[in-house]
Design a protein. Structure first.
Length: 96
């Protein structure tokens, strides 16, 4: 699997097991928008930009801009390169 595909598959599996709504936003008309949105049962929306698990992925300038813009709107936005990072972040919002 190329690029972040392996991590996307792990995120999808994790969300299915943990009652999280997962939306992969690979096709959007807004450049730089994070590629994943998770919503928990408390209605908390958590945006994730997924990067390669080997650490070689970098944010583009438009991604950096868009993430800062979204955080200015009080969005919860995170950049992760592993399922462990994502789990830790989700658990903080779920109160675990």
């Amino acid at each position: 699997m190329p690029l972040e595909s392996k991590l996307v598959a792990k995120v999808h599996k994790y969300c299915a097991k943990n009652d999280l709504l997962y939306i992969n936003l690979k096709d959007t008309n807004l450049n730089g928008i994070p590629d994943s949105l998770l919503i928990n049962r408390q209605g908390i929306h958590i945006w994730f930009e997924l990067k390669r698990e080997d650490g070689s992925g970098r944010l583009s300038p438009i991604q950096t801009y868009r993430i800062a813009e979204m955080q200015g709107y009080k969005c919860k936005v995170h950049v992760v390169a592993s399922i462990e990072e994502l789990k830790t972040i989700v658990e903080t919002y779920n109160g675990k």
